[in-house]
Each structure stands twice: as C-alpha cells, then as structure tokens.
Ligand binder design. Structure first.
Ligand code: HPA
Ligand code: ZN
Length: 336
C-alpha cells in the first residue's frame, strides 16, 4: 500500500450520500430471500453480481427495487443497517447521513415503522458501540406522484424525533424538482431539512430548480452543474456542499472513465465537493474504495484528499459544536 493509500484508509471520514437499501450485498439478498421466502430471479451470488452491469440510472434502479423486496421485517432492516455500519466503522467513518426510501417498502405493504425501527435500532447501537454520529434523511421517490409523497411525509411527521431531513431520489429525467415544490414546502414547514438529487443525469436546470423551488441545503451528485458557469459561481459563493459519488458515476455511466471524473474540476472551481458511496453493494465499493478509486483515476494529491475529507464534515448537518469537535479531530489526524 502506498503512503497515500494508507492515509486515505486511516483518515476519519464522514459519509453524506448513502442509500441504506443500496448496501444490500448479494450474500444478504440471497439469505433474506430464503428467510422470507421471496423468490429472486438469481440462483447464485455470481448470477446476482453478473446482473450488475448498468448502462444508466434506470437500469440500476430496476434491480435496486427488485433487491429491496427481500426486506420485510424490522430485523431485516436492522441487519442491513448494522452490516453497513460495521463495514464503515472499519473504514474509520465517524459520521453518517443515511437516506431511506419508505415508499419502496410501504407500496409492498411493509409498515413505515417497521423500516424506521430497524434502521434506527442499528444506528443507536452504532452510536453507543462505535461512537458513530448520524442523521437520517427520508427520500421521496420522484417517479411516484406528489400525492404518494404527501403520504410518506404524513408518516414522517409522526417520527420527527428520528428523521432529520427529506431528500429526492430515483429516476431523475422527466421528474424535475418542480414536480415536488408543494411537498418540499410542507416538509420544510414541518421542520425537515431539504436536500435533493439533482444534476446526476438531469440537466443544470434541475439543479437551479432544486435550489430555487425546493430551497435545498445540499445537492446530491450535482455533476452536471459544471455545464453552467453561472451556477458554478453561485455554488462556489454559497459553499453549498455537493455529495459526489465516484464509483456510482462510473458504474451508471455518468462518467466514462475515472480519469475523466469532474471531482478535481469541482475543487478547482472552489466547490465544496465531497466523496460518498451512494449504493456501495451495487457499485463496487464503500467509502475507502471511493476515495481510492478517484485518487488513482485523477492522481489526486494528499492536499486534495484532505480538502475532500474536510469538506464532508463542513458540509454535514452536525450541529456547530459537534462539527467543530469533528474538524479538530480531523485536523489533528492530518497534522501527523
Ligand atoms: N440516484 C437516484 N436515485 C437513487 C440513487 C441514485 O444514485 N441511488 C438510489 N436511488
Ligand atoms: Zn443517491
């Protein structure tokens, strides 16, 4: 291992873009399929892995929704979340901001509370045992209707103590942020912090809409913002964080090669870009693997890695004292 690889591996990390349903490893998918008597179209783990060749976001989403059908009980959601937290604890991740997709479960008649209790049970245990801090963000599925989103919001309002924010994910093209303007306004009135996937496959206009109509506090992905100079200046001036996902971008053909990834261009433009894993079980790596892949592809310097690592704590939703403490620990590590 090179010095830089060892540094990346040991560096304290914050993950800001992670779909918990996207941490369902093929082994667990098969095991939960058996446990819950759900038939999957795969006989072996190799067949699952062979199916993970995506040409666009929708290709992936089709398998992602199929995969989550094995998640039925509170124990399933606990096991899923705990497995993720154990893995990232071993990668020196100290803070996580996790998405979940309740509509992907309630439409299969799995209760909102079953999902929430399983996920938060594991998060509570990781906070106690590993000291991992966390925020939970409920995503609305943008291919579904506004009405369905309002149903999910109604469920979330009863659990405000455990759900910090709301996000927007799933099929981006043809489902602009404007479709959910009223839903986000209501969510913000209820006290949820808003974020949205924008500019992954969708045009820069979708990023504008997410900012101006949904009033988001952070952009998930945001790659295509780089196509609009005015937007880049705006994001640099506001220092709004972008949660960039290198291996996801490669596997969903948002970039054709890691050496063409826009992350360095983002840093050079003064954007608060961060590194995240998105759906690690589907895209071939968790936090450390994402840092390593983009560091190698772009030949990033140690200073650039430090900037990315620092940006994650700066762009997190930790409260100010927690943020200060995390940054002090991060800077102390980097000073060695
Ligand atoms: N984009 C949109 N929706 C998603 C993603 C993503 O990368 N992962 C899980 N849902
Ligand atoms: Zn995502």
């Amino acid at each position: 291992m090179s010095d830089l690889e060892a540094f990346i591996s040991a560096m304290p990390k914050a993950e800001l873009h992670l779909h918990i349903e996207g941490t369902l490893e093929p082994e667990m998918m098969m095991a939960l399929g058996h446990r819950n008597r759900i038939t999957l179209p795969y006989a072996t783990i190799e067949e699952v892995e062979a199916a993970y060749r995506f040409s666009c976001l929708q290709d992936f989403l089709d398998l992602y929704y199929q995969g989550m059908s094995v998640l039925q009980t509170e124990q399933d959601f606990f096991d899923l979340t705990w497995a993720y937290l154990e893995r990232v604890h071993a990668q020196n991740v100290t803070h996580v901001e996790i998405f979940f997709d309740p509509q992907g479960h309630t439409e299969r008649s799995v209760a909102f509370e079953t999902v929430l209790d399983g996920i938060t049970g594991a998060l509570d245990r990781a906070e106690r045992e590993f000291g991992i801090t966390r925020k939970l963000i409920m995503c609305f599925l943008r291919h579904l209707s506004e009405e369905s989103g309002f149903e999910a919001l109604k469920s979330a309002v009863a659990h405000k103590d455990r759900i910090f924010g709301v996000g927007l994910d799933s099929s981006e093209k043809g489902h602009p942020p404007s479709k959910f303007e009223r839903l986000f306004a209501e969510a913000v009135r209820e006290g949820f912090v808003p974020v949205a996937h924008a500019g992954e496959e969708g045009p820069p206009d979708y990023v504008h809409e997410a900012l101006d109509l949904l009033h988001i506090d952070r952009i998930d992905h945001g790659n295509r913002a780089l196509e609009d100079d005015g937007l880049v200046k705006r994001l640099a001036a506001s220092q709004m964080a972008l949660t960039v996902c290198p291996l996801s971008n490669l596997r969903l053909c948002v970039v054709d090669d890691m050496s063409h990834h826009p992350l360095r261009a983002m840093l050079q433009a003064g954007l608060r870009a961060t590194v995240n894993s998105d759906d690690p079980a589907y895209f071939g790596g968790y936090m450390t693997e994402n840092y390593l892949a983009v560091a190698k592809g772009l030949d990033l310097s140690r200073d650039e890695i430090v900037t990315l690592g620092r940006n994650a704590y700066l762009g997190s939703f930790l409260d100010e004292p927690e943020k200060r403490r995390s940054l002090e620990e991060f800077d102390a590590f980097c000073a060695h």
